[in-house]
Design a protein around this ligand. Sequence first.
Ligand code: LAN
Length: 757
Amino acid sequence: MWKLKVAEGANPWLRSLNNHVGRQIWEFNPNCGSPEEIQEIEDARANFSKHRFEKKHSSDLLMRIQFSKENTGNVVLPPAKVKDLDEVTEETVTHILRRAISFHSTLQAHDGHWPGDYGGPMFLMPGLVIALSITGALNAVLSEQHKQEMCRYLYNHQNKDGGWGLHIEGPSTMFGSVLNYVTLRLLGEAANDGEGAMEKARTWILDHGSATAITSWGKMWLSVLGAFEWSGNNPLPPEIWLLPYMLPIHPGRMWCHCRMVYLPMSYLYGKRFVGPITPTVLSLRKELYAVPYHEIDWNQARNLCAKEDLYYPHPLVQDMLWATLHKALEPILLNWPGKKLREKALRTAIEHIHYEDENTRYICIGPVNKVLNMLCCWAEDPNSEAFKLHIPRIYDYLWLAEDGMKMQGYNGSQLWDTAFATQAIISTNLIEEFGPTLQKAHMYIKNSQVLEDCPGDLDFWYRHISKGAWPFSTADHGWPISDCTAEGLKAALLLSKIPSEIVGQPLDAKRLYDAVNVILSLQNEDGGFATYELTRSYAWLELINPAETFGDIVIDYPYVECTSAAIQALTSFKKLYPGHRREEIERCIDKAAKFIEKIQAPDGSWYGSWGVCFTYGTWFGVLGLVAAGRSYSSSGNLRKACEFLLSKQLASGGWGESYLSCQNKVYTNLEGDRSHVVNTSWAMLALIDAGQAERNLVPLQRAARCLINSQMENGDFPQQEIMGVFNKNCMITYAAYRIIFPIWALGEYRRRVLQAS
Ligand code: LAN
């Protein structure tokens, strides 16, 4: 049976700063699990497959089944439902909260964090499987059980029309379809396996223009595999790293995710690296194209892209730029003496790759550069230590649920979820009752702060300071993030106000100051906060974004979420430490609030970039302004925001926003106007903070009733549609949101509405 292991890392090739706190790994042990336990898992799998077209999001049941066996002490209070609004009493809400927090406590791991599924994107596992096949490590890294679960996942998420989307809920794209088809083939599935599923996939691909119409990232993956020619790719010259930093297009000025993905891509491109041409690869050359492989017009293929994949079509200038580089520059760089420059650029690129690997303990900033960097290390030297150090960190990205094994969007969302869960539980005031849970969460937060900057000259490595920051996942990952630092700090400050007999010793003031220092250092001139770094270049750089499926990837833009979180954290900090850097903090908050006001949409909403979507953004917009001292009566921005939210409340009393809001930037209800517990909670949290209770209680009562009636038998809340997003177009799972946000919203409702009245 499969088992989730937390904070373990007994492997000589693994490095850790803090004994692997937060590390979550699934392992298969053939000798464990009773027949009943195995049957329970089989039932969950069968149930997912049966309903896979109606309910595309899995419910993280394997972890839940395991934890319910491990934490048997939990007493489940009887469920409660409410019909009339006057039944939404303090007593009922308290009862619901007890049920929810008791249940959520059973999901907490011994190191204090809440493990969970961070899947969703459908373009990540292919990179891993392609890289492992090329390096010959596939069978050493992935056991038969791994492969079986990966195939299960891929078949489960194949759309009815035979293709795969960019993410689990999306319509079929060429990128998703070709890469996942190739992945199944590399995992050992034959071209006619899957009871017709493989043929159906091929039909989809050929009917929509064949693999020549895959996106640029897909072209790159197929090229390293040997199933596409490098001459069919637009150039990715590593020489860009040799340009002076002054230039706005210098990669050091790009969003770190963009820079870190194009870095190894440019290394592989610069080398025209191709893996061994195996019989499967030769067969794929036949399966993926409508014409014989040697007859394909590769020059034309450079700019092909299926219409299903086009979210950000290349502007003309971009095509002109690639054509010039392709036809004029590349021939020079491939031959003597231009070759010398290429060699120098490749050395620079690999040096930066090694720096990134070392300073994330081979986790890397994200799943894409993780596998690309690993492949580069192998391409540089197949026997290298670096390649060996990469291997055990692969498992950090794999997650198992009833829909199968997936590759996650990060090595988890540990710190983020723990910081939110802590704030949610504290909001309920049931602090003593859940003291042990909070104490463990506190331990995780303390253990996960980043304590040092990266080594060497930070400017040389294009790195911002890290000391005092919180990461999104684990300290070993280590990349600092503005809003993770802010949420970590908010949680740490709340915990510091609770007696240490209940939640343990507070964080040293010195470490809080370091966190404040990181936040202050991340404010842009315009007052806004971007994600990991300052905004280092201009929005027009998006013109050279070559990734057809993603929007806004080239620079790190300021976001309402990050800006609001920074204000909230600094406001809480200022109350407790009024003497520390007071003026700077006040100036920062003031500028940040003005930025938030400036970017509010005319309808009163804010567009959320990392959650779905306007309910998420508006929650942040409102909380940021309120924390900065604005109120409903003094701020037209807040009044408009409330009006906006109220106008979207559904007949059920809830809110339910579709991922289409993110893509189209237009508020879109879920199909059938269904409500979603997470959107409902975000809207409620915003309205409560903006003082809705003083004006008209009914919308809040209706929302609370909707949440109460959604609670499940065991105290959990249902997993509904996907709620996370990145780069406008790709969705990502936040498995813990379904319970954290209902607890938080009902907690605030109880404390600030019911108890205050
Ligand atoms: C994340 C996850 C966390 C997220 C928040 C902290 C929630 C947000 O407020 C700021 C942005 C951030 C850090 C974020 C950025 C984009 C990420 C890293 C991801 C959504 C997780 C995966 C995604 C990454 C870009 C996926 C790889 C794909 C590429 C296009 C490179």
